[in-house]
Design a protein. Structure first.
Length: 368
């Protein structure tokens, strides 16, 4: 995600065409695939844990969805754009879709069926019954529903992106149900997943060399859709490998609030680099080093913000202050025009919303 957004913000078209930068930008474009799959994975695991041990949602389900939707609006809201949905908002929609499945022991079956249905609708039915958007013309809502294009303010059509969350849910349920087997045979599982990933990547390379294209922006073509599942397998395999090195795993993990705080933090770090060092000519080495540094700083800042939020949790009146900051940020989006101020307003509002996962209204108790 950081490499993708850094490439988009820092690089000129000629720099982005260089092999290393182009590869970083392409690989980074799979970040939503992994995030949506991880949302489903977590929902599947939590559903099984709650069935076994009881208990409810951490932080409160309704509060999480509301926070994600408002934080998402801070990414696209402006005087001429009152309706939209981006990355965080789509995660909230995935959560809403998966919530009924969490309550059923056979929810994973419906999720698996959902993957098939989404695939057939997007790549079989939609192209036959919905006209493809014309170049330069705003896609219709029908085209958006069918995954053939996105109107302004909307980044992720429901088809086929929901399939990744549904697939993740299936994996999450069975990972939890077979947890002891996964732990005992993690080396074998990791090897199998990595072999499948390597074979899949080689197959993609062959197809691309024969004229195939990996198209994600605006619409998701068949090749990119398939490659998304290869990316999920690769990340699962690497995740299992990291469990053998717990110290390294702890350096790379972000939990709870800090995983959400990473979104505004990395935007702030990338914007800061633009202010401090641009204009600059980027080489593969300088871009790689600078972006890696951004990853490290973003991770550290996200963890630090979680600690700050835990401190604010015990301070009187903090809930009102955080709600006020978030509200002012939303209003300011209609008035601020300087690009740097726009980023600053969005980051401030989103960080306040992150803290509201922990800081509750006095006397309000837990969200449902």
């Amino acid at each position: 995600m950081v490499f993708n957004h850094a490439a988009a913000k820092w690089l000129s078209p000629s720099e982005l065409a260089q092999p290393f930068m182009a590869m970083a930008f392409l690989l980074g474009s799979y970040a939503p695939v992994i995030f949506f799959a991880a949302t489903g994975l977590g929902a599947g695991i939590q559903a099984e844990v709650q069935r076994e041990r009881g208990g409810g949602h951490s932080f409160g389900f309704g509060r999480k969805v509301a926070i994600l939707l408002v934080a998402d609006a801070l990414m696209w809201l402006e005087p001429t754009q009152w309706l939209g949905n981006d990355f965080l908002g789509f995660i909230a929609l995935c959560m809403l879709m998966l919530e009924p499945l969490r309550a059923s022991r056979r929810g994973w079956i419906w999720a698996a069926v959902g993957v098939v249905v989404v695939t057939v609708l997007r790549y079989g039915v939609a192209p036959l019954v919905i006209a493809s958007p014309q170049p330069g013309v705003e896609p219709s809502w029908a085209a958006f529903a069918g995954g053939l294009g996105s109107p302004s303010g909307f980044s992720y059509p429901p088809l086929p992106w929901l399939a990744y969350a549904l697939f993740g849910f299936v994996v999450g349920v069975w990972t939890q149900r077979r947890g002891e087997t996964v732990v005992r045979r993690r080396g074998l599982l990791a090897t199998g997943l990595l072999i499948v990933s390597v074979v899949g990547v080689l197959g993609l390379v062959v197809l691309v060399q024969r004229g195939g294209n990996l198209v994600r922006w605006g619409t998701v073509n068949r090749l990119f859709y398939l490659s998304g599942f290869i990316g999920i397998a690769l990340c699962c395999g690497l995740g299992l490998v990291l469990t053998s090195w717990p110290r390294i795993a702890r350096l790379l993990e972000l939990r709870g609030l800090s995983s959400l705080a990473l979104v505004p933090m990395h935007y702030a770090v990338i914007a800061t680099v633009i202010v401090v060092v641009e204009p600059v000519t980027w080489s593969a080495v300088t871009f790689g080093l600078a972006t890696t540094a951004c990853v490290v700083v973003s991770f550290m800042a996200s963890r630090a913000w979680e600690r700050v939020s835990r401190w604010m949790k015990d301070q009187p009146g903090m809930w009102y202050g955080l709600v006020g900051i978030a509200g002012v940020a939303v209003i300011a989006k209609f008035w601020v025009s300087d690009p740097r101020m726009i980023v600053g307003v969005a980051v401030a509002g989103q960080l306040a919303l992150c803290s509201l996962l922990l800081v509750t209204r006095p006397g309000g108790g837990r969200s449902p």
